[in-house]
Ligand binder design. Sequence first.
Ligand code: NAD
Length: 450
Amino acid sequence: MKITVVGTGYVGLVTGTGFAESGNDVICVDINEDKIKKMQQGIVPIYEPGLETLFHRNIKAGRLSFTTGLAEGVNFAEIIFLALPTPEDEDGSADLSYVMDVAGKIGEIMEQNPVNTYKIIVNKSTVPVGTAEKVKHLIKSKTRKEFEVVSNPEFLREGFAVDDFMKPERVIIGATSDKAREKMRLLYEPFVRSGNPIIMMDLRSAEITKYAANAFLAMKITFMNEIANFAGKVGADIDKIRIGMGTDSRIGKRYLFPGVGYGGSCFPKDVKALYKTGLEHDYEFKLLKSVIEINNRQRTILIPELKAFFNGNLKNKTIAFWGLSFKPETDDIREAPALYMIDELLQSGANIKVFDPEAMDNVRQKYKDRLQYAANMYQALEKADALVISTEWNMFRTPDFDRMKKLMNRIAIFDGRNLYRPELMKNLGFHYISIGRPDVNVSHKLWKEF
Ligand SMILES: NC(=O)c1ccc[n+]([C@@H]2O[C@H](COP(=O)([O-])OP(=O)(O)OC[C@H]3O[C@@H](n4cnc5c(N)ncnc54)[C@H](O)[C@@H]3O)[C@@H](O)[C@H]2O)c1
């Protein structure tokens, strides 16, 4: 099939490359000229494991190309995917301007084309309920040509995007005609040969399914953070609790790890957008309101611990950070908890020295010379008064603790991802604070109260 994908971010580029990999001819369109130029030169503009191989293979095979020309993409394709940003607006709702702007232009381009070919415009961006209908009305106001709008929300996870796209657990299609449903089924069948379902539904249900899934996962993480905070207060161990809970198949083992809150380009904005959409339809999601509030608090939950350690004075203290991306295996720093902590620490007069295996360029662009950038994880520790671990990259899991001790000014670790065993850290002589586990530094003071 002939496919065009508009927007070549984490979703669009993986989608375009994935469809090319299964034999389709794909044009990827983006407004960002630098990005398109890079891709035309064979450079992948984002970090996503496994993407590079597929990217090069399909360019070489002539199935994948890039342009800034929307008209070229629209006139070429039978199916046009919108993988455009839907960022958080000032009031917390989803900003639909990117989607509506491109939808309007697609209508105009279709009208100008003398050939009358049926097109399917597929919305892959995460959008509030009712958006597909809005897109349909807008395009209809611009052209008399035959087209349909389909909702096909994306569930890929950054860091696993290629695998998730190539072998999705399910494909959700919201459509209004058998013709569109059949085309979409044909396109996706090669990706679900192992038997995972292609689930057909109406447009509105498809749009809500995406928000409901993200809000549920954000809630699951948040629930565990609440239990962890409580466990830490009463001398219990969240890791034991987590394993005890996770063995219940109704709960499951995943998304139970406590930490410094969720971040990224999806959960924060999607939970807020669903809450906002609820209000617009006269429904208040009280649960989501709490999730948002708790997560806001969780992102900086280590700051009071740091302040206590330095007797309230962080001025000129050097704090090292391991991990800046919102999760491992991505260079994406959108809404990353590390940045919220860094902002607070900078305000308190601390010096910040950072290391991340993939996100350094993005962080440098944002903070410029306000931070010190280390070439590797150990260099970040040189003369540091404390280390904050904010992202659980594999390389941080088994570090050389002796080397760390020699490099650091004061051997204190504030671990936002519970990477190490508290008892081990105590034996090694570290001041060690983690999330929701007995505080080894105060030697079970709280236990005695029970
Ligand atoms: N990132 C994820 O993990 C993920 C997962 C599932 C769903 N989503 C959703 O998918 C959508 C896209 O997310 P993303 O993370 O890929 O975004 P992104 O910000 O990484 O990429 C968006 C791309 O669109 C381009 N763009 C902006 N305006 C354009 C225009 N007028 N014409 C052409 N291109 C334009 C940008 O230059 C950018 O390259 C969002 O709605 C998001 O919520 C994201």
